[in-house]
Design a protein around this ligand. Sequence first.
Ligand code: G1P
Length: 207
Amino acid sequence: MDGVLVSTEIYHFKAWKRLADTLGISIDEAFNENLKGVSRSVCIDLILKHGGVEKTQAEKDALAAKKNAWFLEYVQTEITPANVYPGVIDFLQALKRQGIKTAIGSASKNAPLLIDKLGIRDYFDAIVDGNMITKAKPNPEVFLKGAEMIGVKPSQCVVFEDAISGVEAAKNGGMHCIGVGSEKKLTKADFCIQSFTEMTVERLQML
Ligand code: G1P
């Protein structure tokens, strides 16, 4: 969802950077690639490790809560249905017309809130979010659960992903994967698109 369907990944980055700054840890967009698609608690561990800082579990929980409060602040003030990327709604409507099932597989615990705020719930047959999974991408749990919920074999699923860990999760689950972003970064994807305006049902069925 984040960074694939909607431009919310920039707000996660803004909140993570704000948190890292308070700890005297510097993170940039290149480092942020590691935070995409992984759970909140794994992100905390990655940032602390990057800065060589150690914290107790209680302190980590407090840091995670702080980041989430900032993220929610951005969601409330800055995110509207206009944040849905170009071409996404047209493509989802085309899939519906063809009877092709769709699911969201997100590591985010905020996914249900965002889906409602963006008004995209009705386009999906199933939603798997960070509250329902225990293993972070590149573990395929999130996608396997989605496939099970819509009753489709993994080999017949196509995952759209913007994160390296997400592409790996799709492949680890025996699924096809279309990268949303640079081919140089998402090297394991079957192919990459830069925008959903490039996507058609025919192109999907080629996989
Ligand atoms: C988590 C992470 C965020 C990551 C996102 C992926 O979301 O915080 O860095 O990019 O999953 O969708 P959270 O549960 O904190 O919303």
